[in-house]
Design a protein around this ligand. Structure first.
Ligand code: COA
Length: 700
């Protein structure tokens, strides 16, 4: 034993406590400690049974992902728990696993090697390895189906979702739910326990070939549908298939082989990057963790449109009371109707009860005046994207808000310093760029103005967490990080269309690459008027003589605004499914020919390279100019707000994976061919030439 794993005694029961904060991961020392504890239990004649429990907030939450990361980069062979699990299972005295919090991944695998599992009522269990691009690799694919059956095991390993204690009990994953104190319940259970068949000796739930085939087929179909382009979920099913067809030991060997392959994959490296990147964003170089945070108990929102209503729901869902203001009763009624509809659909889908929905609706008060704003801790301006309008609203709230009220603007592109300058307290102003639908999308860009106080940023970060969102601090440049990169991405897609690819071909190439949606479909969803309005704000910056997309404004003037008008880049029938429109294709072709743009057929690879590398090139500029703290922050923004596939790790990690030398070489070719918009970012050039990566470039 060691400091991470200790053994105490309660009557004849040995209590093995794992204490490796924050989540009792199986870091070096923990498996060794458990092994030593089991050894001591075996030889101590006063011990009749053992309970294994986690200290603090949880049972073991899995392998140490830092260790997995080392293995994924070839710096270690990866965790090896076979000996430990065998030893636990072979222990002649009953070993009872007492689960609270989350038993995840390697944690559940350790638990399944025990002779019994008991859990507190709010415990959860799962095999989330697929989220890291790997499979359960400590015999989970071999023991889980023996306990819960193949269908449930396939579902758990493909979805990566945890199940609750009641479901675990129903499936046979645990033996009892302990009400009240878990440890004393587990000790009492252990005293009476008698070892029957060990998990690895069981086969009653493994089915037979004919009954299993449809389970695996359905699992593979589910994996392809819900985890598009990913290998890990399919690989997990292969390993589960081995459980059904091979003896236990051989199945374990097969599982280890598959795990090794997955650990060495780009998919795994990208997803581990995504895991740590999402947790790193809240670490800001000059804002220490103990920076004071302003409590946000009451929020006020200006504007009950799509964004305002979505933001109101995000607050209500987190238990923060809201005053929602708009100019007239009709606008408020429209906003509340959409809020109500949204909550009703959540109730219908069983996400929460009607009572909860009613409580949340009741926590949103509507106002046509600034009544109720005076004691708000946070005011969010969510009006149209228009500088004059936003300044007018800021001037009005400046006269009403209490001195320590955080003044947030939900602008997606505008200069927040200019908006804040109208107030007497620009240091309290911050951008909170939510993404639509704001009650669903996880990303919030937290825009730091020139004078924003550190506690305001710390408060915004804490608020994002409270709302269940990922807050990424960005600098105040046009479009901040996400939309600034979107501009060249969208522009390039239009150039490709002018040069001969149809919108459908561009979208298909990007979708096949892994983007959640093609860019033209995204534009139609957001509305072409949104981009048009932003372009009017920035028209004065257009450089004469530089190539600009030609068709977008034409569509706008034809009132083809996207889904909302039934037509944009595509046509729409009754649903939101885009239908390619020969009228648009003809318009693009005619426009291109008139402008003297040569037309040709364009391969999917060129579409992907031009669209994705333009994101990367702009990302490199943003990073160098310090508007993002680290490349990983840009990745998080693209993965959580723009549908970039997590298994590619975000645009910057993707570029690192392709190799910056290769990306830079293509960017130079595009520069030569297509002109100044492709000028390589100096940082990209420098890192490519010195053989470095974006991951190594950190502004913090
Ligand atoms: N290995 C290493 N570090 C881990 C970890 C693991 N398995 N699980 C969590 N952590 C770290 C996080 O990086 C974070 O560190 P930080 O505070 O330095 O940023 C800290 O523990 C807290 O994690 P966080 O996710 O912020 O806390 P939470 O309470 O929101 O969630 C979990 C807790 C366990 C549900 C969540 O961390 C999780 O899902 N972990 C991954 C579990 C997993 O995939 N296990 C299978 C591996 S085989």
């Amino acid at each position: 034993m060691n400091t991470l794993v200790t053994v105490t005694h309660s009557g004849g029961v040995a209590v093995v406590t794992i204490d490796n904060p924050p989540v009792n991961a199986l870091s070096p020392g923990v498996p060794e400690g458990i092994l030593a504890a089991i050894g001591a239990i075996e030889t101590d004649p006063s011990v009749v049974a053992a309970v294994v429990i986690g200290a603090g907030r949880t049972f073991i939450a899995g392998a140490d992902i830092k260790e997995l990361e080392r293995a994924a980069h070839g710096d270690s062979a990866g965790p090896e728990l076979h000996g430990l699990l065998q030893r636990i299972e072979d222990c002649p005295k009953p070993v009872v696993m007492a689960i609270h919090g989350t038993a995840l991944g390697g944690g559940l695998e350790v638990a399944m090697a025990g002779h019994f599992r008991v859990a507190s009522a709010d415990a959860q269990m799962g095999q989330p390895e697929v989220n890291l691009g790997i499979i359960p690799g400590a015999e989970g694919t071999q023991r889980l189906p023996r306990l819960v059956g193949l269908a449930a095991a396939v579902e758990m390993c493909v979805s990566g979702k945890s199940i609750r204690a009641t479901e675990a009990l129903r499936l046979g994953l645990i033996d009892r739910i302990i009400e009240g104190d878990l440890l004393s319940g587990a000790i009492a259970f252990a005293r009476d326990a008698r070892i029957g068949l060990r998990t690895r000796e069981r086969s009653d739930k493994l089915g037979w070939d004919a009954s299993n085939a449809p389970i695996f087929d359905a699992g593979r179909e589910l994996a392809r549908k819900t985890r598009r382009n990913m290998v890990a979920p399919l690989a997990a099913i292969d390993a589960l298939e081995a459980a059904a067809t091979l003896p236990f030991e051989e199945g374990c060997r097969r599982e280890r082989e598959i795990l090794r392959e997955r650990l060495a994959s780009d998919e795994c490296r990208a997803l581990i990057h995504a895991f740590f990147a999402e947790r790193a964003v809240s670490r800001i170089a000059d804002i220490p963790k103990d920076t004071p945070i302003l409590p946000i108990r009451k929020a006020a929102i200006v504007g009950a449109g799509t964004m305002g209503a979505g933001i109101a729901m995000a607050f209500a869902n987190a238990g923060i009371g809201v005053v929602l203001k708009d100019v007239d009763q009709a606008a408020l009624e429209r906003g509340m109707a959409s809020i109500r509809k949204n909550y009703e659909s959540s109730v219908a889908k069983g996400r929460f009860s009607r009572d909860i929905a009613e409580q949340r609706i009741a926590s949103i008060h509507t106002e046509t005046s600034y009544q109720g704003f005076e004691d708000a801790d946070l005011i969010v301006e969510a009006a149209f994207e228009n500088m004059e309008l936003k300044k007018r609203i800021y001037a009005e709230i400046d006269g009403i808000a209490k001195p320590d009220c955080v003044l947030a603007t939900n602008t997606s592109t505008l200069d927040i310093d200019e908006i804040a300058s109208i107030t007497s307290r620009p240091e309290m102003a911050v951008g909170l760029h939510f993404f639509s639908p704001a009650n669903v999308m996880r990303l919030v860009e937290i825009v730091r103005g020139a004078r924003t106080r550190k506690p305001v940023i710390a408060t915004a970060l804490a608020l994002a967490k409270k709302l269940g969102k990922v807050g990424v601090v960005v600098g105040n440049c046009r479009g901040f990080v996400g939309n600034r990169m979107m501009l060249p991405y969208m522009r390039e897609a239009q150039f490709l269309a002018e040069e001969g690819a149809t919108p459908e071909q561009v979208d298909a190439a990007l979708y096949d690459f892994g983007m959640a949606m093609g860019i033209f479909a995204v534009d139609d969803m957001g509305g072409l008027d949104v981009g048009w309005r932003v372009r009017q704000e920035y028209k004065h910056l257009d450089k004469p003589g530089v190539r600009a997309p030609l068709v977008l404004d034409k569509l706008y003037h034809m009132n083809r605004l996207g889904q909302k008008t039934g037509a944009g880049w595509y046509r729409y029938g009754g649903d939101r499914k885009p239908i390619s429109d020969p009228e648009v294709e003809a318009l693009i072709e005619k426009t291109a020919i008139e402008a003297g743009i040569p037309r040709r057929s364009i391969a999917a690879q060129e579409i992907v390279e031009r669209c994705i590398y333009t994101l990367v090139n702009e990302g490199a500029r943003i990073l160098e100019e310090g508007y993002a703290q680290r490349a990983a922050d840009i990745d998080v923004i693209y993965m959580t707000g723009y549908g970039f596939p997590a298994y590619r790790g975000g645009p910057m990690l993707y570029a690192d994976t392709v190799g910056l030398k290769n990306v830079y070489a293509r960017v130079r070719e595009f520069h030569k061919h297509f002109g100044e918009l492709w000028e390589p970012a100096p940082l990209l050039k420098r890192l490519a030439e010195s053989g470095e990566s974006f991951a190594s470039h950190d502004n913090s």
